[in-house]
Design a protein around this ligand. Structure first.
Ligand SMILES: C[S@@+](CC[C@H](N)C(=O)[O-])C[C@H]1O[C@@H](n2cnc3c(N)ncnc32)[C@H](O)[C@@H]1O
Length: 278
């Protein structure tokens, strides 16, 4: 069996949203890639549920403003990082495991001229190559589900935060343990495992010394958003099949359909956690 991180890299190297696909879409829409503005990317580069509104909720909870130094754990293609820099004037360092995502993030960031305020560095959030107490905020969206030892990632967030700094993240939160079949499907198709309930996350946050400020249940709103994302993935898959480009791996589609059903029946939930380093 592949290691937890190998499975995440496998999954994201074949993910239906990539820098190449975003650039191809932009080129088709506008003819060329000259002078692309950051906001032209935002319809394409946010790989989490709830798009820009979810970033705004994160920014408010994390108290991000002009000049804030922010770490984005599991930054993907850098979409949220670019948004926080462009909209709020933050300086953002993303940590990202998958080399293809790191390269894609650099390409997109350079394209829109945000390279002085945004950088996505290759690394694992369980072992972050940043100094102690260098960040005002740490954020993360829909990514810790892939991280095998979530307590280590949260301890790293605690370490890199300044006193009074906030960690705000969203993640899947099972409302009851998944069946073995569902757990296996989520691992094979979406590289998700060691999922934490809300109570589990509270305990992991309190371990290094965070004060839990708020836990917002997002399950109901995710149910609606996920139905739309499933439709989008189906469209992307059909487009890719027609164009003869990679359509993503089949286990992803099978697991995504089941994932959406689990959220809609409330067996699997989602939550936003806000925690402060005392
Ligand atoms: C659903 S994407 C979210 C990307 C980004 N947060 C966003 O909202 O657009 C999850 C990302 O987490 C990354 N990832 C998974 N495990 C990781 C780890 N242990 N350390 C750093 N990044 C990781 C994946 O490569 C993927 O790019």
């Amino acid at each position: 069996m592949a290691s937890d991180t190998d499975q995440a890299i496998f999954f994201y190297t074949r993910h239906p949203i990539s820098a190449a696909i975003i650039l191809a879409k932009l080129k088709t829409a506008r003819g060329d890639l000259a002078g692309v503005r950051p906001d032209e990317l935002f319809a394409h580069d946010q790989d989490h549920y709830g798009g820009l509104a979810a970033n705004d909720a994160l920014a408010a909870a994390a108290r991000i403003g002009a000049g804030s130094r922010v770490a984005d754990f599991c930054a993907g293609l850098g979409g949220p990082a670019r948004y926080l820099a462009h909209r709020y004037g933050a300086d953002v360092t993303g940590i990202e495991l998958t080399p293809a995502r790191v390269a894609g993030a650099a390409e997109l960031t350079n394209l829109v001229g945000l390279q002085d305020k945004v950088r996505v560095i290759e690394g694992n959030v369980m072992d972050v190559r940043l100094p102690d107490a260098c960040m005002d905020a740490v954020v993360s969206q829909e990514a810790l589900l892939h991280v095998p030892e979530k307590g280590r990632a949260l301890a790293e967030a605690f370490r890199v935060l300044k006193a009074g700094g906030r960690l705000v993240f969203t993640d899947w939160t099972p409302h009851r343990p998944l069946s073995d079949a569902d757990a296996d499907l989520m691992w094979r198709g979406m590289a998700a495992r060691t999922l934490q309930s809300v109570a589990g996350y509270r305990a992991l946050l309190e371990g290094p010394g965070f004060r839990v400020v708020a836990v917002d249940d997002l399950t109901a709103e995710w149910g609606v958003i996920l139905a739309e994302r499933l439709a989008m993935y189906r469209r992307l898959r059909e487009e890719a099949e027609r164009a003869g480009t990679p359509a993503g791996h089949d286990a992803f589609h099978e697991s995504y359909v089941r994932f959406v059903a689990l959220v809609q029946t409330g067996e699997l939930g989602g939550a936003r956690f806000t925690a402060e380093k005392l």
